[in-house]
Ligand binder design. Structure first.
Ligand code: C5P
Length: 195
């Protein structure tokens, strides 16, 4: 038996922080699936071919967290063949050990619809922009515009659009500290484990 935790939500909602904390707390493996799309986006060339032959080195590049990489990721992520090329790796990761946490946009809906626990993390646009601007050392207004652009593209695409699964619990972190959000997520997962 393996236990899969699916964490989805828009950019800078806090899902990465929550996913890492859950993995640490429960001793599970963690996959930040956004990195796969970022790696495809920054590598250049034919995105479908790049997605079909991604290497561990591609995922270890130190420029994957930049705002430019986020925008590039969101563009290649709308290509159905790119998404298809990355499905098997994510599903294998989800079931390869006793437990795994995957965070992204379509984990609870497409990659792991059978996940034992699903959380959809949201936060107000301005709060997300403030957090991300501080993290990247960028201007808040620019970050806000880019986040909204990326969310709109991610939510509007035909293949695996960003949305909450019907059975996901929505966690709004707008007014929460990191510790509060993590504590709530742990409590939610704990309830599922005990079922
Ligand atoms: O989560 P992160 O901001 O790193 O994701 C970068 C981009 O990758 C997202 O804006 C989205 O377009 C894409 N993505 C996706 N599906 C996922 C994870 C990320 O489409 N599961």
């Amino acid at each position: 038996m393996s236990f899969t935790i699916a964490i989805d939500g828009p950019a800078a909602s806090g899902k990465g922080t929550i996913a890492r904390a859950l993995a640490r707390h429960f001793g599970f493996a963690h996959l930040d699936t956004g990195l796969l799309y970022r790696a495809v986006g920054v590598k250049g060339g034919d995105p479908v071919q790049v997605a079909q032959s991604l290497t561990p080195e591609d995922l270890a590049r130190d420029d994957l967290r930049s705002a430019a990489a986020g925008q590039a990721a969101s563009q290649v992520a709308a290509i159905p063949e790119v998404r298809a090329a990355l499905v098997a790796f994510q599903r294998q990761f989800a079931r390869s050990g006793p437990g795994a946490v995957l965070d992204g946009r379509d984990i609870g809906t497409v990659i792991c619809p059978e996940a034992e626990a699903k959380i959809y993390v949201v936060a107000d646009d301005e709060v997300r922009a403030r957090r991300r601007a501080a993290e990247l050392g960028m201007d808040e207004a620019t970050v806000l515009r880019e986040l909204r652009e990326r969310d709109a593209r991610d939510a509007a695409r035909d293949t695996a659009p960003m949305r909450a699964a019907a059975d996901a619990t929505v966690l709004d972190t707008s007014a929460m500290t990191i510790d509060e959000a993590v504590a709530q997520a742990i409590a939610l997962v704990q309830q599922r484990i005990q079922r």
